[in-house]
Every structure is written in structure tokens, then in C-alpha cells.
Design a binder for this molecule. Structure first.
Ligand code: OGA
Ligand code: NI
Length: 361
């Protein structure tokens, strides 16, 4: 629970700004020069893309194919921390229905959306900023944030009441997401040469792990070169599964040479990335990679980010199986409840949050 009761400044919906056909964006969205997208120094032409992994191989009898798939995931987690998955088991119809109901939500009249306005106390509901620092430079996006699990945190009154069926669709969507996350947790654990349930137990067990959804809405922007839809950050939680907008690219991942790589979503793919909690538990064998979102002058963009997180009060520290004389523990102990306060108060700040927990050498 945050100590902050309310936002430091009146909330302005980015969608309202966008729809008012401004020619210039307000100063509070203008990033300092060094953070703007499309800087020539950052955009060395690159043909690199994040790996695409076919999960179909996991569910077949063929052991060789299964082993190869596990290896592909292992390599992607170690080398990238970010990958797309196809044949993941989620039906394309459900993915489309989920996106469509959120598109409808964001196109409801503002008074209806504002009935779900959020506050920094829990962040649940309809929001337009991350962080509570007065005078902060803001991102060009609105969002909706809600808890699905554990059941003690699920509160339907915090979910949108419209469009009709939105809650039912969300319920189906989040259930499938949990399945996929639980499967991935086993795979990651096995790939780290741990017992299959080790990572899940470190999260506090299946019943207590957290699942929440952040639906990002990036309105059209008249000056996309001056701002960002979402500033560089790594995800604070465990694992993220993103359902991207297939029509509009925008997500960029920081490559090993620091250049920003635009993710081109494959048809019906989901994008998986490692969050800070798994970076800490794995003692940096798996890394949470920085990413950001650029906006478009012509098209709005919608994405659904499902976050799978440890229970709030379990101690998170490098797993002892992964700490050796040659690779000592890189992080001091935290809990997810404590950890998430960084982003909730300061907003997205590259990888500075996890760096603050680095063990003194
Ligand atoms: C996020 C995120 C990326 C996107 O919600 O943490 O990184 O493409 N979203 O919207
Ligand atoms: Ni993110």
C-alpha cells in the first residue's frame, strides 16, 4: 500500500488532448533532448529482431522437439530477456475479443471512464500517469490497471462495468494468462536447473502469486518526435506477457549495443519478457531488459500487458542454488510490495530501481 493518497497535480487525459487536435503538445510531455526517440545516434539501422519461439513443440510427444524448444527458451531468456511466442495455446478469437472490448472501453464518453479514475494508493482503475512527483515529465498514454489474482485482491468493482461482457472476457483472458505464466515459470525453473516448482515457490506459491493487467492506450500524437508513450523501464514484477497491437508498432527493446530495436509483432504472437523479480531471483542469469514505447502521429495503439508477480510480502533475493563463490549474490533482499514503490512513486526510470538493490562489492 502506498503512502500517497492522491496525484500531485490535476489529471489530464492524454486522449482528451489528442482529440482536441492540438498542434503542439503541452510542455509537460516534452522529453529532454537526450530522451527523445528518433535520435540519429540511437537509430543505427538494425535488422536484428527479438527471437520468435514456437511453443507448439512443448505439447507434442516428440522429445527432441521438446528439448529443442526448451533450449530456445533458455537461450532467449539468457541472451534477450524478451521474446515472442506463437502456438502458445491462447485462442486468437479470445485475444481479439479482449482487444476489442478495451478499444470500446477507451472510446466510451469521458464521464463514464472517469467513474473508474484511479489514485496512487493502489493504482487500480483508469489512469494517466505513473509516479507522483510534482512537475514530472509525463508519458503520452492513458491506461487501465486491475488485479486478477490472488483472489483476495480481485475486486470486480474496480473493473470496468462497460462495455457489456468486458468482465466476462477479461475473466477468460486472465485465466488463460495465468495458465501460460504458470507453465513458463516451470520451464524457466527447469532451464535454470532448479526443481520445476522452485521459482513458483519463491513467488509464494501458485495460489498467492499475483496476476494483474495493465491495458495501455496510446492516443495519436501530433509531435511524436518530442515525447514517448512509455519511458524506458524494465518491468518491476516477475514475468510479463504482452498482447501487442498488430496494426501499429511502437514497442522498442534496448539491444545489447544500446540501440533501440522495434518489435514487429508476428501474427497472433504474444511477447514475453523477464521482470526485475526474476532477474534478482536468478542472480542475473536472466535479465529484465529495458524497453519503451514510441507513439504515432496517425494511429492510436492499444496493448494488454499481463504481469505475473511474487506475493507481496515474500522475501526476494538470489536463489541460493544460483549463488556460488564465482557468482556471489548480486542483490540485497527485498519484497515485491517494497520494490514496486519505486515505480509507483518515481515512475519509469530505466533500470535505476533494480540497480539500487545491487549488493555492495
Ligand atoms: C508495460 C509495457 C509495452 C507496450 O506496460 O510495461 O512495457 O507495448 N508496455 O505497451
Ligand atoms: Ni513494460
Amino acid at each position: 500500500m502506498s503512502i500517497f493518497q492522491d496525484w500531485p497535480e490535476p489529471i489530464v487525459r492524454v486522449q482528451s488532448l489528442s482529440e482536441s487536435n492540438l498542434r503542439a503538445i503541452p510542455n509537460c510531455y516534452v522529453k529532454p533532448l537526450s530522451q527523445r526517440p528518433n535520435l540519429p545516434s540511437q537509430n543505427r539501422r538494425t535488422t536484428t529482431t527479438i527471437p520468435i519461439i514456437d511453443l507448439g513443440g512443448l505439447y507434442k510427444e516428440d522429445i527432441t522437439l521438446r528439448t529443442k524448444t526448451l533450449e530456445n527458451i533458455s537461450k532467449a531468456c539468457r541472451e534477450w530477456g524478451f521474446f515472442q511466442v506463437v502456438n502458445h495455446g491462447m485462442s486468437p478469437q479470445l485475444m481479439e475479443r479482449a482487444k476489442e472490448s478495451w478499444r470500446q472501453f477507451f472510446h466510451l464518453p469521458m464521464e463514464l471512464k472517469n467513474m473508474h479514475a484511479n489514485s496512487p494508493k493502489t493504482y487500480e482503475g483508469y489512469g494517466s500517469r505513473l509516479g507522483v512527483e510534482k512537475g514530472a515529465i509525463l508519458d503520452w498514454s492513458d491506461y487501465y490497471y486491475l488485479h486478477y489474482s490472488p483472489s483476495s485482491l480481485k475486486d470486480y468493482t474496480k473493473w470496468p462495468s462497460l462495455p457489456l461482457h468486458c468482465r466476462d472476457i477479461l475473466e477468460d483472458y486472465c485465466k488463460e494468462m495465468i495458465n501460460l505464466c504458470e507453465n513458463l515459470m516451470k520451464i524457466l525453473s527447469t532451464n535454470l536447473e532448479l526443481e520445476e516448482d522452485k521459482l513458483q515457490n519463491a513467488f509464494g506459491g501458485k495460489e498467492e502469486s499475483g496476476g494483474c493487467l495493465r491495458v495501455n492506450y496510446y492516443p495519436k500524437c501530433p509531435q511524436p518526435d518530442l515525447t514517448l508513450g512509455l519511458s524506458p523501464h524494465s518491468d518491476p514484477g516477475g514475468l510479463t506477457i504482452l498482447l501487442p497491437d498488430e496494426q501499429v508498432a511502437g514497442l522498442q527493446v534496448r539491444g545489447s549495443d544500446d540501440a533501440w530495436i522495434t518489435v514487429e509483432p508476428a501474427p497472433n504472437a504474444l511477447i514475453v519478457n523477464i521482470g526485475d523479480q526474476i532477474q534478482m531471483l536468478s542472480n542475473s542469469i536472466y535479465k529484465s531488459i529495458e524497453h519503451r514505447v514510441v507513439v504515432s502521429p496517425a494511429k492510436e495503439r492499444l496493448s494488454l500487458a499481463f504481469f505475473y508477480n511474487p506475493k507481496g510480502n515474500v522475501p526476494i533475493e538470489p536463489l541460493k542454488e544460483l549463488v556460488t563463490v564465482d557468482s556471489p549474490a548480486q542483490y540485497t533482499t527485498t519484497t515485491y510490495d517494497q520494490y514496486r514503490q519505486f515505480i509507483r512513486t518515481q515512475g519509469p526510470r530505466s533500470k535505476s530501481h533494480i540497480e539500487e538493490l545491487r549488493s555492495p562489492r
